[in-house]
Ligand binder design. Structure first.
Ligand code: DQQ
Length: 498
C-alpha cells in the first residue's frame, strides 16, 4: 500500500511522466551513484554476492516529507558499477511485526536459501524473510518476530539493525543498542536454527564517543547523543576484527582482537569526517575483498528535497584494508574506472596561488591529484567553480593542522543549501605527496585522501556555469606531480532522458 503523497504508481516503480522529466532535468541528481528511481533512500542494507550478481538492498520510502514507513528496495549488478532495479524486497505487512516499517538489516545464505534479517517497528523486533525464486520475491517467515524484545532486564536506547554470521555450528547475530547516558552497545546473540535466539553478552560497549556538535552534520537532521549504536557491522580484516557503528551522525570504526566472542578494541577512527556518509554496511565479495557502502545524506532543506522528488544516495563502494600502522584504509572500488570517459592529464606544474585548469570542466568527474606541498601552508583543488568564483567548492590539505578540509559554504547561492567546513585528520609522512581522488557527481562530492581519510559532501550550485576546476597553493609554492581528470559516464537504468 502506498502512503499519501507517494511518487510511485505501484511497487513495480512506474513513475509519472512529469516526475521523470523533472528528474531528468535536475542538475543536482547524481549520474553514477546508485539511487532509487525517485523518492527517499537512506541506509544500504544486506549487500551480498550470490550466483554471479552483487545484490544491494536499501532503506526506501515512497514519500520524502514526512518520511513514510521504510521498505527494502533491491537492485543487482554484475560489477557494482552498473545496476538493475528489482522489485521492492520488503514492504510492511499490515498487522504484522513490521507494520510500521522494515528497518535495516542484513542478507545471508542459509543452506542455499537467500535470507534477510531485519528490524520490524514499532516496537523494534528482529524478523526473517526468505526467497525461493532466486531473490526475486521474498516471503516473511511465519515465526516472526524471531527476537521479540531486548534481553530481559536491560533498559536499552534501541534494538535494531541485525547483522549475522556463521561461527562453528551456530549463527551469531549483533543488534545495535545502547544504554542511556552510558554509551552505545552491540548486543550479541546466538542460535542453532535461526528461530530461537539466546542473548549472550555485549560484543562491545563503550562510554560515549567524544561529544561532537552538529556543525559537520546535515543541518536538517538532528544528531543523537551517542548512546545508541546503529547499524553495527562486524567482520575479520587482515589479522584483526573490525566493528563499525553509526552514532552521532558519524560512522566509527573500532579495530581490535576478537576472543571469547568479545571485541577488545585497540584503535578507532572515523569512516568519514563529514557526517554526510552514514549507516555504513559492508560485505565480502567473490574475490575476498571487503567492500563498504554508505548512505549519502542531504544537506538541503526538506522543502528542497520535496520539490526535487528525491532524497539521499548510496555512496560509491570503498575497498577496506588495514594499513601497516593499524588504521583502516579505504580506496575507491577499482571497477569504477569503467565509468571513465574523456581523460585530460597535466603533470609537473608549479603552483602559487590559484591556477585554473580550463580543459577540465563539469559536474560528473573523477579528479586525481598528486601534489607535493613544498613550503605551501595549504594546497588542493577548487571544483564546481563559477568563472567569477561566487560559487566554489574546495578540497585541500592544511599542513600545520594535518587536516584534510572540504569547504562547501560557498558551493551554492541558494538559501536552501546547507554548507559546511568538514575536516578529517590526515598526517602525511615525510616526503609523502598529497594524493586526492575527488568524485563529483551532481550534488555529491566524495573525497579519498591517501587511502586514509575520506570526506563526503553535498553541494547544490545554482549557476549553470559553476563547472570550473583549478588547483591552488596558499602561502608558499607547491608542485603538482600529476593531475588526471576523467569525465564520468552515467549509469542506467535509473536515468531518464528529458
Ligand atoms: N536507519 C534505519 C534504522 C537505522 C537507521 C531506519 C540508521 O534501522 O538504525 O531507516 O540510519
Amino acid at each position: 500500500m502506498l502512503s499519501r503523497g507517494s511518487n510511485l504508481e505501484g511497487e513495480s516503480g512506474e513513475l509519472a511522466d512529469s516526475l521523470q522529466r523533472r528528474l531528468a532535468a535536475d542538475p543536482d541528481r547524481p549520474q553514477y551513484h546508485f539511487l532509487p528511481k525517485a523518492n527517499w533512500v537512506n541506509d544500504p542494507n544486506g549487500p551480498i554476492f550470490w550466483k554471479g550478481y552483487y545484490h544491494l538492498f536499501y532503506q526506501y520510502s515512497s514519500t520524502i516529507e514526512p518520511q513514510g514507513p521504510k521498505w527494502w528496495g533491491h537492485a543487482r549488478s554484475k560489477d557494482m558499477v552498473f545496476w538493475e532495479h528489482l522489485p521492492m524486497a520488503l514492504v510492511p505487512t499490515p498487522g504484522g511485526p513490521d507494520k510500521d516499517g522494515c528497518w535495516s538489516g542484513s542478507a545471508f545464505i542459509n543452506g542455499g536459501l537467500p535470507t534477510l534479517i531485519y528490524t520490524g517497528v514499532f516496537p523494534q523486533v528482529q524478523c526473517l524473510a526468505t526467497s525461493d525464486d532466486g531473490m526475486t520475491t521474498w516471503k516473511k517467515v511465519s515465526g516472526n518476530p524471531v527476537v521479540g524484545a531486548p534481553p530481559t532486564g536491560l533498559v536499552v536506547t534501541g534494538f535494531r539493525d541485525p547483522s549475522i554470521w556463521r561461527e562453528g555450528d551456530s549463527w551469531l547475530m549483533t543488534v545495535g543498542s545502547g544504554f542511556q547516558r552510558q554509551g552505545g552497545a552491540v548486543l550479541l546473540y546466538g542460535s542453532k536454527d535461526l528461530a530461537r535466539w539466546d542473548y549472550l553478552h555485549p560484543l562491545c560497549s563503550a562510554p560515549p564517543f567524544e561529544r561532537r556538535d552538529s556543525a559537520g552534520s546535515s543541518p536538517y537532521e538532528p544528531v543523537d547523543a551517542g548512546d545508541m549504536w546503529e547499524c553495527p557491522d562486524f567482520f575479520p580484516l587482515g589479522q584483526k576484527h573490525v566493528l563499525m557503528v553509526s552514532t552521532q551522525g558519524r560512522v566509527h570504526y573500532l579495530i581490535g582482537t576478537y576472543s571469547d566472542r568479545k571485541l577488545q578494541v585497540e584503535t578507532h577512527g572515523l569512516i568519514d569526517g563529514s557526517g554526510l556518509h552514514y549507516a555504513a554496511k559492508s560485505f565480502k565479495d567473490d574475490r575476498g575483498r571487503r567492500i563498504l557502502w554508505g548512505w549519502v545524506r542531504e544537506a538541503r532543506s526538506a522543502a528542497a528535497q520535496n520539490a526535487a522528488g528525491w532524497s539521499g544516495a548510496i555512496s560509491l563502494p570503498r575497498v577496506l584494508s588495514i594499513e601497516p600502522e593499524g588504521a583502516l584504509r579505504m580506496d575507491p572500488l577499482p571497477e569504477l574506472a569503467r565509468l571513465h570517459g574523456h581523460h585530460h592529464r597535466d603533470a609537473d606544474l608549479e603552483v602559487k596561488g590559484f591556477i585554473p585548469a580550463p580543459q577540465i570542466q563539469g559536474s560528473s568527474l573523477e579528479i586525481q591529484l598528486a601534489m607535493d606541498l613544498g613550503d605551501a601552508k595549504e594546497g588542493g583543488i577548487s571544483a564546481r567553480r563559477s568563472p567569477d568564483a561566487v560559487e566554489e567548492t574546495t578540497i585541500s590539505y592544511q599542513a600545520a593542522t594535518h587536516q584534510l578540509v572540504l569547504v562547501t559554504t560557498r558551493s551554492s547561492l541558494s538559501r536552501d543549501a546547507g554548507g559546511g567546513m568538514y575536516q578529517g585528520a590526515l598526517k602525511l609522512k615525510p616526503g609523502e605527496p598529497l594524493r586526492l581522488t575527488v568524485f563529483l557527481d551532481g550534488s555529491v562530492v566524495e573525497v579519498f585522501a591517501n587511502g586514509r581519510t575520506c570526506l563526503t559532501g553535498r553541494i547544490y550550485p545554482t549557476r549553470s556555469d559553476s563547472l570550473g576546476v583549478g588547483i591552488f597553493a596558499k602561502e608558499g609554492r607547491a608542485r603538482v606531480k600529476s593531475l588526471d581528470a576523467y569525465e564520468m559516464k552515467a549509469i542506467s537504468p535509473n536515468r531518464f532522458t528529458a
